[in-house]
Structures are given as structure tokens and as C-alpha cells.
Ligand binder design. Structure first.
Ligand code: NAD
Length: 255
């Protein structure tokens, strides 16, 4: 099934992890995929492996950088059908130790970056009278744990932003939804594991193993499963789903 034949897909943070899995899935289903990432070399390597990929160096915290990237996509392909606002960072620390530098970075990438990405594609999608936006939030947008102040605040903020975008762009036949992932094994989660294992004197991998064992499905999620949900939400079949925060977490959070 070629659900995205000749569609133009923009993925922020598309160079690795969940973004890369999405790039591969959209491309496999016929899409032309622009891989936007702050890491230019990684973006190029991911885009080069796709049938119809374009790598664009982009810092989602910088309005000019995001606008320039979308202009480059429009110059290359003339439209934008799907935005996956996925670029994100994680910094965890107990509240008394949260540095202003980390707080600002997490809010800048995860929240401001998503707003700037939506803002940059909105005029084109409105003009096309069609499009789909998927925001990569987190289970941390719906609930919180200790030592996740900045991350949780940013991911909850993404859900409020998502609902506003859904309200505004819905009349233009553009839907906007968020994906709330529990835990998938990516470099981001492995870095969290390293930090928590070091703090507790555990063998590396112990934290990820604990997460898997406490999940109702006894495992972490995969990037492919997450990409499958994102592509569904971006597809025509899901066009009437709008303003929703969809959980994918093995049943960790049931609400
Ligand atoms: N892995 C998980 O378990 C998990 C769980 C819930 C939510 N998420 C969310 O999924 C998204 C992807 O996470 P991942 O696990 O694949 O992480 P990752 O660290 O493997 O990949 C993130 C990508 O974003 C890019 N990036 C970072 N800052 C950027 C910036 N300023 N501008 C452009 N690109 C930037 C990185 O270079 C990287 O390619 C994030 O928003 C994350 O918060 C992940």
C-alpha cells in the first residue's frame, strides 16, 4: 500500500531514533521525505538511504532556521503534506538541581521548536486546503515522575499547543494530533539509562530492564511501532482524528 505516494513529508529530528524510523516508513510508502536535524551529517546519512530523501540542517529553536528549511522543501517539491514535529531533548534532575540552562534548552527544543515548526508549515497547508501534523509528545505530557520537571512541562505544553493548532487548522482540512510514547529503546533512552544507572551504582542497562519488567507488556516499545502510529495519524484514513493525544506505551498509562 502506497499511502503517501508523492506526498511531501517533513520530519524534524529525523536523523535518528523515532524520526529516522518515520522517515524510512514514509519513504517506503511512496513519500518524499525531508529530514530536518541539527546534526547535518546524521541527517544526510539518513536521507541518502531513502528512495526520495532530502537532508536539511535545521535548529528547531531558531525561527529563521526553521523557516529557511521549509522554504528549501517548497523549492524542491512545491508542497508540504505532513509535518512530524519530533525533534526533542531530555534532561532530568531533581527539582533543586534543575539548571536554568537545561530548563531553557528543553523548553526551547521541545516546545518552542514544535510551535515554530507548525507555524512554518501552516500557511502552505492552509493554502493547499489539506495537510496533517503529528507532534511527538510523550507519556510525560500526561503524567510526571520525580526529576522530570523540564521534560514533563515541555511535553504537557506540546499537548496544549496541539489542541490549539487542531482548532485553528481544522477548518482548512488540516488535522493535528500528538503521540504520547511510553518508552522505546533509542539513544535518548540509553542516555537516561546511563545516568540513572551511574547514580544508583547499577550495571548499564538495568534501568531500561526495569522499565521493561514493570510494563504490562513486559518490554519496551520499538521505534517501528511508534512510526506505524505516526504514519497512520498522518494518513488520509485518519483525517477526521483531530486534537487527540494518543498513548502508545504497552498499557503503562491507562486513561
Ligand atoms: N525514546 C523514547 O522512549 C521517547 C519516549 C517519549 C517521547 N519521546 C520523544 O520522541 C522524540 C524523538 O526521541 P528519540 O528517542 O528518537 O530521541 P533521539 O535523541 O534518538 O533523537 C532526537 C533527534 O532530534 C534531533 N535534535 C535535537 N535537538 C534538535 C534541534 N534543536 N533541532 C533539530 N533537531 C534536533 C537530534 O539530533 C536527534 O536526531 C522526542 O521528542 C522525544 O521527547 C521519546
Amino acid at each position: 500500500m502506497q499511502r503517501f505516494q508523492d506526498n511531501v513529508i517533513v520530519i524534524t529530528g529525523g536523523a535518528r531514533g523515532i524520526g529516522k524510523a518515520c522517515a524510512e516508513r514514509f519513504a517506503a510508502e511512496g513519500g518524499r521525505v525531508a529530514v530536518l536535524d541539527i546534526d547535518e551529517a546524521a541527517a544526510m546519512s539518513t536521507a541518502e538511504a531513502l528512495d526520495n530523501g532530502l537532508a536539511i540542517q535545521c535548529d528547531v529553536t531558531d525561527r529563521d532556521s526553521v523557516q529557511g528549511a521549509i522554504e528549501a522543501v517548497l523549492e524542491a517539491w512545491g508542497r508540504v503534506d505532513v509535518l512530524v514535529a519530533n525533534a526533542g531533548v531530555y534532561r532530568g534532575a531533581p527539582l533543586p538541581e534543575v539548571s536554568l540552562e537545561d530548563w531553557r534548552l528543553v523548553l526551547a527544543v521541545n516546545l518552542t521548536g514544535v510551535m515554530l515548526s507548525c507555524q512554518a508549515v501552516a500557511p502552505t497547508m492552509m493554502q493547499q486546503a489539506g495537510g496533517s501534523i503529528v507532534i511527538m509528545s510523550s507519556m510525560g505530557g500526561k503524567t510526571s515522575w520525580p526529576a522530570t520537571a523540564a521534560y514533563s512541562a515541555s511535553k504537557s505544553g506540546e499537548l496544549g499547543l496541539m489542541r490549539s493548532v487542531a482548532q485553528e487548522l481544522g477548518p482548512h482540512n488540516v488535522n493535528c494530533n500528538a503521540v504520547c510514547l511510553g518508552h522505546a529503546d533509542t539513544e535518548m533512552m540509553r542516555a537516561v539509562d546511563v545516568r540513572i544507572c551511574e547514580e544508583n551504582g547499577w550495571e548499564p542497562g538495568t534501568y531500561l530492564q526495569q522499565l521493561a519488567e514493570t510494563n504490562p507488556m513486559k518490554r519496551l516499545g520499538t521505534v517501528e511501532e511508534t512510526a506505524a502510529l505516526i504514519t497512520f495519524l498522518a494518513s488520509e484514513e485518519a483525517r477526521y482524528i483531530n486534537g487527540q493525544a494518543i498513548e502508545i506505551d504497552g498499557g503503562l498509562l491507562m486513561c
